[in-house]
Design a protein around this ligand. Structure first.
Ligand SMILES: Cc1cc2nc3c(=O)[nH]c(=O)nc-3n(C[C@H](O)[C@H](O)[C@H](O)COP(=O)(O)O)c2cc1C
Length: 209
C-alpha cells in the first residue's frame, strides 16, 4: 500500500517537474537588426560564445524567427513540404530541456538538468554556448519515410537552421549549424520514437568579444 502511494507520489512529482510551460514574451517586430542584405554579408559559422545567458526577449525573437507562426492561418516563418510542419524544436540550456510550441509561442520543460553535452557530441566548444537549438524531424508527422520524403524533410530542416543563422547574423549572435551530436543519447533522453530523428543543431550565444 505504502509502496503504491510512494510510486504515485513520485509519478506526480515527475509530471509536475516536466509539464511546466512558460509563455515567452511577444516577439519584437520592431527589433533593431541588420538589413537582410547586411545579414547575408555577416552570416558565418562561429564556434566561440560568451557564457552570458540569452535574455528572454532575445530567446523569444530567436525562436519566433526560427519556426514561429507568422500568419493567421498558422503557417510558419519556415516553409515545409506540403505544410507538414514536421520539424520539432528543442531548447537545451544549463538548467533544462524544453520543447518550443509555435502555436502558443511557449516553452514546455521536457527534462531537468544540463544536457548540452549530448547535443555537443564530440565537439566540446558546443557545450560552452548558453543554449543549443535541436531540430528533430518527425517522419511520422510527414506521413512517409521513403527516399523522396527524406529529401523533403532534409530540405525543411535546412531552411529552419538557415533561419537561425540569418537571425543570428542580423542580431549579432553567434551560432553554427551542426550535424554532430550524440543521437542515441538524445533519442533516449527525449523519449523519441523511431520516426523522430535528431538531424541538426545550432548552439547559440552572444559573441565572445
Ligand atoms: C548540414 C551541415 C552540417 C554541419 N555540421 C557541422 C558540425 O557538425 N560541426 C561544425 O563545427 N560545423 C558544422 N557545419 C558548419 C560548416 O563546417 C560550415 O558551414 C562551413 O565550414 C563553412 O563555413 P561558414 O559557415 O563560416 O561559411 C555544418 C554545416 C552544415 C550546412
Amino acid at each position: 500500500m505504502m509502496k503504491h502511494f510512494l510510486f504515485a507520489a513520485m509519478l506526480l512529482m515527475g509530471t509536475a517537474c516536466c509539464a511546466q510551460t512558460t509563455k515567452l514574451p511577444k516577439p519584437n517586430m520592431q527589433r533593431k537588426t541588420l538589413s537582410v542584405m547586411e545579414a547575408f554579408k555577416q552570416r558565418k559559422s562561429t564556434r566561440s560564445y560568451s557564457n552570458k545567458q540569452l535574455s528572454e526577449q532575445d530567446l523569444s525573437d530567436l525562436l519566433w524567427a526560427t519556426i514561429g507562426v507568422n500568419r493567421d492561418n498558422g503557417n510558419l516563418t519556415a516553409p515545409t513540404a506540403m505544410n507538414r510542419q514536421e520539424i520539432i524544436l528543442y531548447v537545451f540550456t544549463d538548467k533544462e530541456v524544453s520543447l518550443y510550441d509555435p502555436k502558443t509561442h511557449s516553452l514546455t520543460k521536457v527534462a531537468d538538468g544540463d544536457h548540452r553535452d549530448i547535443v555537443a557530441g564530440r565537439q566540446d566548444f558546443a557545450k560552452t554556448a548558453p543554449l543549443s537549438l535541436l531540430m528533430v524531424a518527425d517522419m511520422g508527422k510527414f506521413g512517409s519515410n521513403n527516399e523522396h520524403a527524406r529529401w523533403m524533410v532534409g530540405t525543411d530542416v535546412g531552411i529552419v537552421t538557415q533561419n537561425i543563422n540569418l537571425f543570428c547574423a542580423a542580431a549579432n549572435l553567434a551560432t553554427v549549424t551542426r550535424g554532430t551530436m550524440d543521437q542515441q543519447a538524445i533519442q533516449k533522453l527525449l523519449n523519441l520514437n523511431e520516426n523522430q530523428i535528431p538531424v541538426i543543431n545550432n548552439p547559440v550565444g552572444y559573441m565572445n568579444e
